[in-house]
Design a protein around this ligand. Sequence first.
Ligand code: T3D
Length: 249
Amino acid sequence: MIRLHRPAVYNAFDRALSESLADAIRTAGADPAVRVLLLTGSGKAFSAGQDLQAIGSDGEVADALDFRHILDTQYHPVIRLIRETPKPVVCAVNGVAAGAGANIALACDIVVAAEQASFIQAFSRIGLVPDSGGTYLLPRLVGMQRAAALMMLGERVDAMNAAAMGMIYEVYPDAEFMDRAIALARRLAKMPPLSMAHIKRLLSVTWSNTLSDQMELEAAAQALLGGSADFSEGLSAFLQKRPPEFKGN
Ligand code: T3D
């Protein structure tokens, strides 16, 4: 489990937090013993996005900051690592997710939230545009109209509404939230790793592909997985009416 831990500032990102998040994803992604990543936050919030107190703390004024450099070096690596790791990344949104915090959550493969959680595309409230992949991810999840309204108005969406509009997968009662998020991660960890990796890869390119191209990719992946030990195990387990034990080969 990867837990964002700067609770006094609602887990807002400074350079140290974004770099340690990137390191944690990179390390877990490369560890063969890790089959699923679970990302959550400490305390009341998931993350309030960029640490607005850190901006300017070194004497610079906000309009002199190199936002491009901050995005290129702090946020984009995190989003790319989440999308490119071949393992499922579950985001367990424990509280408010605002700004880049919301979009890091939306970049994850499966997003679940506590009832008390909420999502805010807070950027326009302070005169910025959504970043960290938000303008790519949100319209694809909820449609253009809702994405435009949520981004332009910077409105808070509660967890139930986020699930109703397809922004996230499921909402759990606050008291059961972490147990259920962990149970979901454990279920995913028992799934065949090669299936997980190829599903993730196929979904990541589907938005820019034709149906025909996508079916070609599916067929190539199926041909590969059809020869895998995990497929033999899945088939045997089905025929023998026992739970499968997938090894990732
Ligand atoms: O390249 C670049 O750098 C640009 C990149 C931008 C990426 C972005 O993420 S821009 C968007 C930045 N985030 C925001 O604008 C959100 C700011 N926060 C809020 O709007 C609110 O705090 C929340 C809606 C998230 C939560 O509201 P509420 O009322 O539940 O809590 P609160 O009282 O406002 O905040 C609690 C504490 O967290 C408070 O500290 P205190 O007063 O108790 O000592 C507050 O200052 C701190 N906090 C919340 N958000 C941030 C923060 N501190 C630093 N940075 C924050 N973003």
